[in-house]
Design a protein around this ligand. Sequence first.
Ligand code: IMP
Length: 192
Amino acid sequence: MRIFLADIRGRMAESMKESEHEMLFRREEIAARVAEIGAQISHDFAGESVLLVGVLKGAAVFLADLARSISVETTFDFVAISSYKGVKTTGAVRLIKDLDTPIGGRNVILVEDILDTGLTVVFLRKLLLQHKPKSLKIAACLDKPARRLEKIDADYVAFSIPNHFVVGYGMDYQERFRNLPDICILNSEEAI
Ligand code: IMP
């Protein structure tokens, strides 16, 4: 009986969360696309190993799922850069946390939550290339090509989306909503 009530409470909390934001991609769709990308990476690097470099904090959830869907030897590391304040970008990118692992001669895949203006990835790509990896690819959970300021594309993209501000699956609005399991469009009442 206790389990039954807990389940109902869980479902109510979930539907309340969902009604706050418009659903864009359900967890099942995300899982299916992440599995496809993992299979593609496993194919592209067959017989080799890869090092996933996640951009904190937004890419942590995507990286955790992606890493587990790759069948070749996979290790990971994280970098952190100055993050967005609210829904607008300052355009300034600054490294807050550097790599822990040497990446020279390795197959590196930079893992981003969203490729938006491209400023972050262009900055990080330049930085990573200085360490002379064997190869450098870019994986992004979401791509917003309409917002691009830099000429850059990801090698692996789960979903391409129009210019919406999204939250969930690791992505935040002022540090909130990263834990939502689905990707949702931020409720405009939340945005300041
Ligand atoms: P870029 O440097 O403009 O490509 O921005 C990339 C970063 O901006 C992402 O890693 C996110 O942290 C943040 N960002 C861009 N769009 C969104 C969004 O819709 N929701 C949450 N964060 C976003």
